[in-house]
Design a protein around this ligand. Structure first.
Ligand code: FAQ
Length: 330
């Protein structure tokens, strides 16, 4: 297993934040500033390790919970081809979750612990997956907007200072890029279809636009982790910078589709070369991440059931591993 032998990964020599010396911290920052990759067995400040465990595990949980809204349409996809594509996409998301759990494990946290933190509600997952998928067009909107926002955020993560996370993101981004295109293609097909189909696409955009912008996190002024994460080159761009890049690209794609972005104040500023948009409803965002979004309880209930249903698989794997270990010892 990739993570075997990394039991001490990410732990500083003293295993105690109070004993980190100024020299150690300065030498670590110098490595970051020199664009060196930090690897699992390298010395790192305890706060760097904790930040990565938080972000990578939350990212992994998002991929896993994110399978649910799209999984909802697997049995109702409009054709066999659409069903096969959606099935492959949902499986890709499961794979992303697994790479990310593995990357987090290199930091000395167990997968059992990460899953326990998700199931207890201690760990977050992306706000976007707490919205319902009411029509087939929502599957197009998720690919186009949600995967589109995910790529915007994740391409810079391929240059994250922590090697195992950065490397995991390379393949994830390639797959997300395919997901984004398949979503856009669903939207294009609907927009070139009947009036009813186009209205369905518009309705999906209306419901997914603002939640997609919220995916990038709070405004920079309210982002508790950004300054430190940027100094450590975990994040390369701030939440607002990435959100703006996403708006600038996506509004033009909506124009191409002939759809209206649901924002009366959306205007292109010729001087800055950027679109200006309305204030996000931050109350809604904070309600959703506090567990009070439209589907939070449904998503968590489904995940808990799936975890319980999988208990026999974990038991069987454990029994098999014990048997192999006993054979090897004999
Ligand atoms: N939802 O100080 P910041 C995908 C929390 S993958 C929920 O700005 P940070 C693929 C944040 O955790 C989507 N919580 O935090 C797919 C923190 O709370 P904490 C997931 C959020 O970490 C597509 C607090 O607010 N992608 O979509 C959200 O510096 C289709 C303060 O915020 C990633 O996870 C939110 N939207 O920046 C799958 C990418 N935003 O932890 C299936 C990696 C913020 O102190 C289908 N993550 N919070 O309790 C990141 O880049 C960062 O973690 C940010 C947040 C940018 C999300």
């Amino acid at each position: 297993m990739y993570t075997q032998g990394l039991d001490q990964a990410g732990k500083n020599d003293a295993g105690n934040k109070d004993q980190e010396t100024a020299e150690q911290l300065a030498a670590f920052q110098a490595r970051i500033d020199a664009e060196e990759k930090i690897e699992a067995k390298d010395w790192m400040p305890e706060a760097y390790r904790r930040t990565l465990v938080r972000q990578i595990s939350q990212h992994a949980h998002s991929e896993i919970i994110g399978m649910q809204p799209e999984g909802n349409w697997l049995t109702r996809a409009p054709s066999l081809k659409r069903k096969a594509i959606l099935l492959a996409k949902v499986q890709d998301e499961a794979g992303h979750g697994l790479y990310l759990y593995s990357a987090a494990e290199t930091l000395g946290v167990s997968r059992d612990q990460m899953v326990a933190d998700l199931l207890s509600g201690k760990a977050k997952y992306s706000s976007i997956f707490n919205y319902p998928t009411l029509s087939w067009a929502d599957i197009g909107a998720i690919g186009w907007l949600v995967d589109g926002a995910a790529i915007m955020n994740q391409i810079p993560l391929c240059r994250c200072s922590y090697g195992p996370y950065a490397r995991a993101m390379v393949r994830v981004c390639k797959e997300e890029s395919f997901h984004q295109r398949q979503g856009f293609e669903i939207m294009l097909t609907l927009c070139r279809g009947t009036g009813e189909q186009k209205a369905m696409a518009q309705d999906a955009l209306n419901r997914f636009w603002w939640p997609s912008l919220m995916m990038f996190g709070p405004n920079d002024s309210n982002s508790t982790h950004s300054a430190q994460s940027m100094a450590w080159k975990i994040k390369r761009f701030s939440n607002d910078e990435l959100r703006q890049k996403f708006v600038d690209i996506t509004v033009r794609q909506a124009d191409f589709l002939g759809l209206n972005v649901p924002d009366d104040k959306l205007t292109f500023n010729e001087e800055t070369g950027h679109y200006e948009f309305s204030e996000i409803d931050w109350q809604e965002f904070f309600d959703v991440i506090a567990g009070n979004g439209p589907c939070n309880s449904q998503r968590m209930a489904k995940r808990r059931n799936a975890h319980e249903d999988g208990a026999w698989v974990r038991e069987a794997a454990r029994a098999y591993a014990d048997k192999r270990a006993a054979q090897a010892a004999a």
